[in-house]
Design a protein around this ligand. Structure first.
Ligand code: XMP
Length: 514
């Protein structure tokens, strides 16, 4: 990996966004906690350091201010929001509580373009969130902008390659924010925009070869974006040393098994073992209605099938490595990527047990979802896979409320296929994050069809918009699209006589019903 721009996380949700925006500018970035000693940051040979925003005030006693040594290391530094004030304070400027809060879109006046505002409008709107203010720039700095509530809203010292802004350049509500960030990276820090995901493919191919040598490698393929791209990358690196195992638990949506068995193999040439375990899962789920019990059963059966398959494959030469599609947000959320990598449990079917005794290969550990999609396209994976919506490991098993049976799976699969096809036809796949279709198998209601009374199931449409699945809002799909989906489902899917729409955000609802 190239020398990173380190984004020091002062505890707000902005650090990930800043890291993303830096990468959008084709400069490699990594997030580090604010508790990391400067000496450790410098060991990473950072190309620059960005101090992020955060909820702290430079005036509270327990505030983590940056170590002054950071500013003697010859490394370019950008301070953002709290990071701007903390930088000013450490460098000896006056930072004062004004008692007046600036929050949201705020007019900014540029007094001198300097490097940060070169070529940008003198008056522009920026996104603010602060109560303290920098009253004057530190020695050696020029103040370049102000707002009504912030006498110094930006400053820079070109000679030492330092700059700072009170506002948030990383959010979409600051229209020229990306330009300001790029000016810091290219003009102040003098970095070249050379980082692309193409380099990542080459680097990862080399890294995987170096890691595994001529050992055998296993991957549990789910058909989801992350495991598909991770496996394709490993396959590119080591070819037939990789074996993928695809457990068909019968809880997949229409066309998904075929997509993995045919399209994926055609695109990658991967060696794939398909295990048809549909009957085993159905038998294990018979009579079960409690959601947590269903989840546990699905997880347990998955591990049984996977372990048994691994044992069979192991017969001649032992398999030492296991591919995981861990992404950067998983790494950051589980503590910043320090320490031993654990097999992630939530986003696998139940999680593979740790006593499986494999060493992990995680080629996507430094990447964000959209970068992973980009790499998937570069590796020639079909669009339908690369742009697939997230789908839970336990699959349709948790989208049937009540007992899972073969008939009910048929019903929810057919309804889901219609909803997905219509969403695609309307060109809205990328506008929604996910679109679960849920069968309320314990509910029946009266309807009418032709001359007769029906007594059928309701299905729930649950289209949501989200950035990361942590929070979500219900998608405002066009009425005509919803009407088409409803008409088709009630006409074409046996036993469904009502289609309802879930208009709950998350929180308080979750995305899946279960
Ligand atoms: P909820 O329903 O908690 O879901 O709002 C958040 C996101 O996680 C997905 N999800 C899962 N993904 N295994 C997975 O791989 C699971 O067991 C699982 N449960 C929920 C869900 O689809 C949504 O994207």
């Amino acid at each position: 990996m190239p020398h990173p721009v380190l984004v020091v996380d002062y505890g707000a949700q902005y650090a990930q966004l800043i890291a993303r925006r830096v990468r959008d500018a084709h400069v490699y970035s990594e997030i580090v906690p604010s508790t990391m000693p400067v000496s450790q940051m410098l060991e990473k040979k950072p190309a620059a350091v960005i101090l992020s925003g955060g909820p702290a005030s430079v005036h509270s006693d327990d505030t983590a201010l940056p170590d002054p040594e950071l500013f003697n290391a010859g490394v370019p530094v950008l301070g953002i929001c709290y990071g701007f004030q903390a930088m000013a304070q450490v460098l000896g400027a006056r930072v004062e509580p004004t008692g007046k809060r600036e929050f949201g879109g705020t007019p900014l006046t540029v007094s001198e373009p300097g490097a940060l505002f070169e070529g940008l409008p003198r008056e522009q709107s920026v996104w603010m969130s602060h109560t303290d203010c920098v009253m004057e720039p530190p020695e050696g700095f020029t103040a370049t902008a102000s707002t009504a509530g912030a006498p110094v809203a930006a400053f820079e010292d070109r000679a030492r390659r330092f700059a700072g802004v009170q506002f948030h350049p990383e959010v979409a509500h600051t229209p020229h924010g990306q330009a300001v960030l790029q000016h810091f990276l290219y003009e102040v820090a003098q970095l070249e925009p050379t980082w692309t995901t193409t380099n990542v493919v080459e680097e990862q191919v080399a890294a995987i070869r170096a890691q595994v040598g001529d050992s055998r490698v296993l991957c549990a393929l789910s058909g989801g974006v992350d495991s598909s791209v991770a496996a394709a990358l490993v396959q590119r690196a080591i070819g037939d040393q990789l074996t993928c195992v695809f457990v068909d638990h019968g809880l997949l949506r229409a066309g998904e098994a075929e997509q993995v068995e045919k399209d994926y193999v055609a695109a990658t040439g991967v060696k794939l073992v398909v295990v048809d375990a549909k009957d085993q899962f159905l038998a294990a789920l018979a009579g079960q209605t409690d959601p947590e019990t269903k989840r546990k059963i699905i997880g347990r059966e998955f591990i049984r099938v996977f372990e048994e398959t691994a044992r069979q494959l192991d017969a001649d030469t032992p398999i030492e490595y296991l591919v995981q599609g861990t992404l950067y947000p998983d790494v950051v959320e589980s503590g910043g990527g320090v320490g031993a990598a654990n097999i992630k449990s939530h986003h696998n079917v139940g999680g593979l047990p740790e006593d499986l005794q494999f060493t992990l290969v995680e080629p996507l550990r430094t990447l964000f979802k959209d970068e992973v999609r980009d790499i998937g396209s570069q590796l020639g994976l079909p669009d339908a896979m690369v742009w697939r919506h997230p789908f839970p490991g336990p699959g349709l098993g948790i989208r049937i409320i009540g007992e899972v049976t073969a008939e009910r799976l048929e019903i929810v699969r057919a309804a889901d296929a219609i909803a997905r096809a219509e969403l695609t036809a309307a060109g809205l796949d990328r506008a929604v994050w996910q679109f679960p279709v849920v069968l309320l198998a314990d509910v029946r209601s009266v309807g009418v069809a032709g001359d007769g009374r029906t007594y059928g199931y309701p299905v729930v449409l649950r289209p949501v918009s989200s950035e990361d699945a942590m929070t979500a809002d219900w998608s405002r799909l066009p009425d005509e699209l919803l009407a088409r989906i409803s008409t088709r489902i009630t006409n074409e899917v046996q036993d469904v006589n009502r289609v309802t729409l879930d208009i709950t955000s998350k929180p308080p609802g979750t995305i899946e019903w279960e």
